[in-house]
Design a protein around this ligand. Sequence first.
Ligand code: AMP
Ligand code: GLY
Length: 427
Amino acid sequence: MKALVVGSGGREHTLAWALLQSPKVTEVVCVPGNGGTATLARCRNLALNPSDFEGIARFALVNNLELVVVGPEQPLAEGIADYLQDQGLKVFGPCQAGAQIEASKAWAKALMVEAGIPTAQAAVFDDEAAAQAYLQQQEVPIVVKADGLAAGKGVTVAHTLEAAAQAVTEVFSGKFGAAGSSVVIEEFMVGQEASVLALTDGQTIRPLVPAQDHKAIGEGDAGPNTGGMGAYAPTPVITPAIMERVQAEVLEPAIATLRRLGIDYRGILYAGLMITPEGIPKVVEFNCRFGDPETQAVLPLLETPLQEVMLACIEGRLDSLDLQWKPGAAACVVVAAEGYPDSYPKGMEISGLDEAAATGALVFQAGTRLKGGSIVADGGRVLGVTGLGDSFEEAIANAYAGIDKICFEGMYHRRDIGYRVQGIAAG
Ligand code: AMP
Ligand code: GLY
């Protein structure tokens, strides 16, 4: 079978790589892809915009691509899955109505309330004056969120009411475009964050191994948030008992409520969770796609061929799928360009990629491109290097052994990825 992957990040390189692990997948085309997917065997890039649904459909139909996997949230929120399905294609990723679970935090919050899913208390405003008046009655810390997609930059955890008020003003200032037409103000939750990415065919919902990512740019989880500086799986913070609660209190009610709303949600439902000190999983947010860089840690542990898993979701057969995992742990360390998450340079040549791969580490490229036979940096998060091992310690050491071979001007990575799980044996 031939497959098409939409997107250009580390997640998409990982999806293409994972699909190609199966001998049944003969070719993957990435739209538009990156330097990693341009140089991966049996993979190639197609220079189309992910919002060019018509172009993607035409290419997929003419070339008999039997599976389309959508990486990022933006095209899903724009309705790519609906469009391609109408053209007769098999698409892994939810319909536009389902993607609202990520595209509108207000909509997602209403769904959680209706489903009885544990989450932060929240109020939603589409009027700045009302939001500011409400805020004055609240205690800090408090969380202010732009309603719509804001590329991970729409959330402020405010430690003073002044900072919260400033964040509300920013949301309504137009800084986040259409995402700023309303604001969600919610209770601050205490605990450890974890990501449960679940597969669903609209009826059955089953978690992948749980992961944790490091959002902050600096070591010790200090400094501004990023798209994610590293991740590891399966995280022991989600114990089997907590996973049972996630299944019963979060995943099942979410999919049942989506169904009740007439939404046939097929693909990944990503629950961003806060595990409270009492061990209660509360939802921070839902995403309608694979996490980045969680995918770089989770998919290398999957034993069952990914295309079989995805087809089971698309065809409504997830209940009979035998989902197998490799033993051990995986850790992904992200390598970024100097200056990320603010402004950063591009175009630096990257050396040592083959040497890194020769150590056994999996080198997934993110913001890179192929330029005259060399791989050059082309984004903030440049690479994600995944190590595997029997223990977290080994997996983490293997990721860093790979990174040690890689060099480009100004490269930055955290040295402490996985510090919470160092020394813990993996399941
Ligand atoms: P979100 O985009 O909603 O996941 O928010 C981004 C980050 O802000 C989360 O990963 C958390 O670290 C933090 N955050 C969001 N909402 C809350 C909350 N209610 N309580 C504590 N932290 C939060
Ligand atoms: N790593 C967080 C995300 O993908 O949203």
